[in-house]
Design a protein around this ligand. Structure first.
Ligand code: PLP
Length: 385
């Protein structure tokens, strides 16, 4: 009775059930658990944005179905943001669609373009939703390993011809979760060329575009010549403005790709609450001092963690963006994470959970205070000696 569907059965298993059980047990015992686990900002949404939302929510005109590709003022703010920071021109009418968080758009997108049996090219280690969206649409993910020796960029030359002939979507995500790597101009140009040659859609996940260190803003995918011919970029306010709970993002780029996604969404969700979109206008058009401050805080945390890990004799690759540190622990990532949890009450995410090429690594999310990071280092010193 109530047998779940075949497509549900195909979803990847949840690997961290054991770790979760142990974590809950430790917390129930009153232990202080330090979590580098989930990539969910600990800092509050900036006050200016909360205030914009407070004000907006009182206006009854926003209480109705939002519909369409999103509010005109928010789409204009998005177009202006691309123009100002990335010199990219977007038509707010046809080339931008507001999302209920970027995860929603990423998960739904394949439903608009994938037929059963079609292949998608998915980076691994990677954000699980590329693979999940593909499977739910009846497609077949083909995994492209991201290796440290290739700066965590996929090697398109290694994809077999018979896979390429069935492939329809290429997923890329830079700045990258979980590795913290960025893509340069050259690579992105190659990616656009590759997609044109093989008739692929490029879905570019830019969730961490604003989370960079040392003042080095990452290249915007849409600023690459020809990107708009084949690509759609998915962006989010979640990480930049500490708004993971608000659920707001957008898709932009190729008109045909954007409009198919918008049509699909119209048939599923009827859009993003307009008061949140009004807060989104404030995000992009207000004073960005808070974002500058946020980058400083994450960079400080990153440096505290790096210094500590180096003292513990780890070989640390310094992340240039995102709020993750991808640490090579040289062996069984589940065993390493389990040891840290059992003996030091520290949570890190085992790399294997992001794909087979993640084995040998664990991911630290820098979403805890620097004093807690120092405390975690002291505990690690005791158990890893
Ligand atoms: C956090 C994250 C997202 C999702 O962000 P939402 O807009 O909150 O859905 C998308 N992609 C990657 C790689 C992420 O890490």
């Amino acid at each position: 009775m109530f047998d779940i569907s075949e497509r549900m059965k195909k979803l990847p298993p949840y690997l961290f059930a054991e770790i979760d059980k142990k974590r809950k047990k430790l917390i129930a015992e009153g232990k202080e658990v330090i979590s580098f686990g989930v990539g969910d900002p600990d800092l509050p949404t900036p006050e200016r944005i909360v205030n914009a939302m407070r004000k907006a929510v009182g206006d009854p005109s926003v209480h109705r179905y939002p519909f369409g590709k999103g509010r005109a003022d928010f789409r204009k703010a998005i177009a202006d943001y691309y123009k100002k920071y990335s010199s990219v021109s977007l038509d707010p009418e046809t080339e931008i669609c507001v999302l209920i968080g970027s995860k929603e758009g990423i998960a739904h997108f394949p439903l608009a373009f994938i037929n059963p049996g079609d292949v998608t090219l998915v980076p691994e280690p990677g954000y699980p939703v590329y693979q999940i969206g593909t499977i739910l649409a009846g497609g077949i993910p083909y995994f492209m390993p991201l290796k440290e020796e290739n700066d965590f960029l996929p090697d398109f030359g290694k994809i077999p011809d018979d896979v390429l002939s069935k492939a329809k979507i290429l997923y890329l995500n830079y700045p990258n979760n979980p590795t913290g790597a960025c893509a340069d101009d050259e690579f992105l140009k190659d990616a656009v060329k590759f997609c044109k040659k093989h008739n692929l859609i490029l879905l570019y996940d830019a969730a961490y575009h604003e989370m960079y260190f040392e003042g080095k803003r990452p290249v915007s995918f849409l600023s690459i010549p020809g990107a708009k011919d084949i690509g759609i970029e998915i962006h989010s306010l979640s990480k930049t403005y500490n708004m993971t709970g608000w659920r707001i993002g957008w898709a932009c780029g190729n008109e045909k790709l954007v409009s198919a996604l918008a049509t699909l969404k119209e048939n599923i969700d009827s859009g993003t609450f307009e008061a949140i979109q009004i807060a989104g206008v404030e995000c992009l058009t207000g004073n960005q001092e808070d974002v500058v401050e946020m980058r400083k805080i994450y960079q400080e945390r990153r440096d505290v963690l790096i210094e500590g890990l180096k003292k513990l004799k780890f070989r640390v690759k310094i992340p240039v963006a995102t709020f993750y540190l991808w640490l090579n622990v040289g062996g069984d990532s589940l065993a390493f994470a389990d040891k840290l949890l059992s003996e030091a009450h520290i949570i890190v995410t085992p790399g294997i959970g992001f794909g087979p090429s993640g084995e040998g690594y664990v991911r630290f999310a820098l979403t805890i205070d620097k004093n807690m990071i120092k405390k975690a280092i002291e505990r690690m010193e005791n158990v890893l000696k």
